[in-house]
Design a protein around this ligand. Structure first.
Ligand code: C5P
Length: 220
């Protein structure tokens, strides 16, 4: 069994999760979407009308966040509730940077991410994987793309899902989230010194996934 640890970090909508899922499938390793965990914590905050980290953690302890792989893709659960769709709503997206900046929430989720990583080969995507969660990862990728391209990709995805979207608003939301995520005090979005910078602007998903897979195979 492959025991590689791969960290994929980068700004919002740079394609991290899409390529990480493909690489996970091709290498037969686990894929962990850490953004979904912060989104779940944000949903808990909104549902319970609280920004108190202890209360948020308390709810997650009672209703754990977990992932289920199905034929329709990976589902996210909070206790028994399937939260796959609701954590992608605008309300959650607009509040996630605030909740993910709470250090106690991060400590709690990072411990959980490290526990999952200890179980075997893994590719994890997020903002602080190469710097904080898996500082000794075998391969670290920092995936970027121009904000125009990232907004255009999300716009297309939303159209396909029949979600009405304004391209300019999307661009602003992405820029605002990147700013908050990279300037926060705890574990800001930052390229690890030993990460490979990969610019996906103008590249296809397959090209980016192939590059990461080839780098990973060099380490086997
Ligand atoms: O990856 P995704 O865009 O779903 O992440 C949602 C948010 O979760 C990010 O904007 C960031 O605030 C937070 N996040 C984080 N650390 C991670 C992953 C996500 O702070 N490792």
């Amino acid at each position: 069994m492959i025991k590689l640890q791969i960290a994929v970090d980068g700004p919002a909508s740079s394609g991290k999760s899409t390529v990480a899922k493909i690489v996970a499938q091709n290498l037969g390793i686990i894929y962990l979407d850490t953004g979904a965990m912060y989104r779940a914590a944000t949903l808990v905050a909104l549902q319970n009308k609280t920004e108190d980290p202890e209360k948020i953690i308390d709810v997650i302890k009672k209703k754990p966040i977990f992932f289920k792989n199905t034929a329709d893709g990976q589902l996210v659960f909070l206790g028994t509730e399937d939260i796959t769709k609701i954590i992608r709503t605008n309300e959650v997206t607009q509040n996630v940077s605030k909740i993910s900046a709470l250090s106690a929430v991060r400590e709690f989720l990072v411990a959980e991410q490290q526990r999952i990583a200890s179980e075997g080969g893994i590719i994890m995507d997020g903002r602080d994987i190469g710097t904080v969660v898996l500082p000794h990862a075998d391969l670290k990728i920092f995936l970027v793309a121009s904000v125009e391209e990232r907004a255009a990709r999300r716009y297309k995805e939303n159209l396909e899902k029949n979600i009405p979207t304004d391209l300019e608003e999307l661009k602003q939301e992405i820029e605002a989230r990147d700013y908050k995520d990279s300037t926060r005090a705890v574990s800001p979005l930052k390229q690890a010194d030993d990460a490979i910078l990969l610019d996906s602007t103008g590249k296809t998903i397959a090209q980016v996934a192939d590059f990461i897979e080839a780098k990973a195979r060099e380490l086997l």
